[in-house]
Design a protein around this ligand. Structure first.
Ligand SMILES: [Fe+2]
Length: 587
């Protein structure tokens, strides 16, 4: 069967194509439209997936949307009536959105693609998340947890998944927590209180947490109270999901924790306010971890499963993921490369294939590279037209290793674009990981950011244990950079650019078969430096999506302090004089 999965109209739209049970293409709309976290109808992503699969829309057997709009409308309408008159400010927008597009999404998709509405189906949001984690993971049976802000009504579900010997698949969600009781919305309210953008700055809260101590944990527990059955309830007096949709926290929240941080306010950790913000972040993070570990451990005791599949936006919290793996009793923890809503496009398509249509289970290739492939020859042409030295280099890997060892920063484009928020070796900026000065240079000359987390390292699987204190199953969790683990103390100084203030790193553990060229580069770099580890950060500037084409990579290279741009065997070297001009402009 030919099945297209779609997520969209909320944030991070995407499309994915599954043919005869196996994914053939998946891409986020933002990578094509160049609008970060593009929430629109993912027309460009759909067109690219169909082109890549050499299909016209009428050849599709089904198109699956990643949530049920009628259930969501039910929640929006109920919320509006409960919150009236306080909700009068936010709900016209929500209702316009629902009535204008979402509720009629089946008709909208059918008309956009020129197909019959009968072919368009919607599945529940957390089923999409569950399928994105379980049906892509190399496991036959697993416990499943999904957790995000909110889908239709559900905010967190627990269940089980089976791929049976007779080819059938089952995903059974046993219980769910419902809006407004949501771990994702709790964490987003704290994100907003700390002055970061919701759905964007949650990782900054996690990073800031490492600078603080959980001295506000008792106050935090007033917000989110565990229930006897392992669930929890938010005390809604501290939240405001109706009046101020952009903030999420209430006056009572402010009375408890003090004045919120404004987005433009720098966080000075030497000041009382700076320390208070770091301690609040640490307290929220500690509580999130405690609740997640509790739910995961209860589910393990109940199901006796040895594997856990975790998905939903909350699964982007690598610190919590590591604690779940260490403490909840599982052997392995699978987090897909796109655990957020973008990943639901593939989840929805696979769910339809295996469960709605009962097609036999097939293993899903265990990698994140489902997007467009770059055109290396185009890079050669673009650079030459721009008058910048470029060449096809038969020994590119050795030369790039030389450049990295000499302290150069490399833009690395290689093969199909990653599906999900992390650069995992196909659209990466690479650099030597040893010196904290490299981290500062990257922040100053390339990323133009002040971050609370340093950059992430990538290490070949066979060397990972030497440098990182991976728990049992940790290498699997780190396959898609989904866990934060300790750097071994004896290496922290020599891995200063990738080691966080608390001695941890969000490492990618790379198997040769997943990305042979980057693996070869790690080996070549190790031969020069004695430490086969590289700094690996996403190939984009602040506020922009990760680059897709070589033209976008080149444009980024021309606007920042990257020294060398490599796409396959094509290498473009930035002349010193141009580099100096760019850095002068940046300064
Ligand atoms: Fe979600």
């Amino acid at each position: 069967m030919k099945i297209l999965g779609i997520s969209g109209h909320y944030h991070d739209s995407a499309a994915a194509l599954v043919i005869d049970g196996v994914p053939v293409a998946a891409v986020q709309e933002e990578r094509l439209s160049r609008h970060k976290n593009d929430a629109g109808f993912p027309l460009a992503a759909i067109e690219w997936c169909l082109d890549h699969g050499r299909l016209s829309p009428d050849e599709l057997d089904a198109v699956i949307f990643y949530e049920k709009p009628t259930l969501k409308f039910d929640r929006v309408l109920t919320g509006m009536l409960q919150g009236w008159p306080k909700s009068w400010r936010s709900y016209p927008k929500a209702m316009k959105n629902m009535l204008g597009e979402k509720l009629w999404v089946r008709g909208l998709i059918a008309s956009q693609l020129g197909i019959s509405t009968r072919k368009v189906k919607c599945i529940e949001h957390h089923q999409s998340h569950a399928a994105a984690a379980f049906l892509t993971a190399p496991t036959q049976e697993a416990a499943i947890i999904t957790a995000d802000g909110v889908g239709e009504w559900a905010t967190l579900t627990v269940g089980t998944g089976y791929k049976r010997a007779d080819g059938t698949s089952e995903i059974r969600l046993l219980r769910e927590l419902r809006f407004p009781h949501s771990l994702g919305l709790f964490y987003s309210a704290v994100t907003s209180y700390l002055g970061f953008a919701v759905n964007e700055g949650e990782y900054k809260v996690m990073g800031l947490a490492s600078y603080g101590r959980p001295t506000w944990l008792a106050a935090m527990r007033k917000l989110l109270q565990p229930a006897a059955d392992g669930a929890f309830a938010l005390d809604l007096r501290y939240f405001d999901f109706l009046g101020k949709v952009e903030s999420g926290f209430s006056e009572a929240f402010v009375a408890l924790f003090g004045p919120p941080r404004r987005g433009w306010q720098p966080i000075d950790l030497k000041s009382d306010d700076g320390r208070r913000f770091a301690d609040i972040a640490a307290s929220a993070q500690a509580l999130l971890e405690e609740i997640l570990v509790g739910i995961a451990a209860d589910l393990q005791r109940e199901t006796r499963m040895r594997d856990l599949c975790l998905s939903g936006g909350v699964a982007l919290n690598g610190v919590a993921n590591d604690r779940i793996l260490c403490e909840a009793g599982y052997r392995r923890l699978f987090v897909p490369s796109a655990p957020g809503d973008a990943g639901c496009a593939m989840g929805a398509a696979l769910y339809a294939d295996r469960i709605l249509f009962g097609q036999p289970h097939k293993p899903v290739p265990d990698h994140p590279f489902w997007g467009p492939v770059p055109d290396e020859a185009a890079l050669l042409r673009i650079a030459q037209e721009d008058g910048i030295p470029a060449a096809v280099n038969g020994s590119a890997i050795e030369d790039v290793a030389d450049a990295l060892a000499a302290g150069q920063i490399v833009g690395w484009v290689d093969g199909a674009l990653e599906y999900g928020p992390r650069a995992l070796g196909h659209r990466s900026i690479l650099a030597a990981p040893h010196d904290a000065a490299m981290r500062d240079r990257l922040n100053r000359d390339i990323k133009y950011r002040e971050e609370f987390r340093p950059f992430a390292p990538v290490v070949a699987a066979e060397n990972a244990d030497l440098f990182f204190d991976l728990p049992r199953g940790g290498a699997r969790l780190a396959r898609f950079m989904s866990g934060v683990v300790p750097v071994r103390p004896e290496w922290r100084e020599r891995l200063a650019a990738v080691t966080h203030v608390d001695g941890t790193a969000r490492v990618q553990v790379l198997d040769r078969e997943m990305e042979p060229r980057l693996h070869a580069l790690l080996e070549a770099y190790g031969r020069r430096s004695g430490i086969p580890v590289l700094l690996n950060t996403s190939f984009n500037l602040a506020g922009e999506p990760i680059v897709n084409t070589v033209a976008e990579a080149y444009s980024t290279f021309r606007r920042c302090g990257i020294d060398l741009l490599v796409a396959g065997s094509v290498c473009v070297t930035k002349p010193r004089i141009i580099r100096a001009q760019i850095l002068e402009n940046v300064a």
